[in-house]
Design a protein around this ligand. Sequence first.
Ligand code: 5GP
Ligand code: ZN
Length: 114
Amino acid sequence: MADCVFCKIAAGEIPCKKAYEDEEVLAFHDIHPEAPVHILLIPKAHVAAGAAEIDESNSAQVAGCLVAAARLAKELGLTEGFRLVTNNGPHACQTVPHLHFHLLAGKQMRAKMD
Ligand code: 5GP
Ligand code: ZN
């Protein structure tokens, strides 16, 4: 999609620090990390603006992101745990309207989510 920063990253038009890639999924390090490990997992295709648009048509890409997150957690040795988050809409402070999941780890996080 034109003017979508994550589509541009997926197309290689904007550089990123890649953590994982397959045919449908790209994982890369967040430019403003909020934890020692902060990786974004995106479907390469612009299949949804956010979690509110998840449905049967894009569930394979969603599953691909989640499988990749678990695989990365194993590869990176995140045995103390991790948080997998997706923000949808203004109340959740979503800033990039291309479905993505944040994989956060490497520090003790707060029990409260807000
Ligand atoms: P959101 O706020 O939409 O849930 O998350 C968007 C995330 O994308 C933010 O954590 C932000 O730091 C990250 N981000 C925005 N633009 C870029 C970029 O060009 N490169 C990388 N690596 N991360 C980005
Ligand atoms: Zn996009």
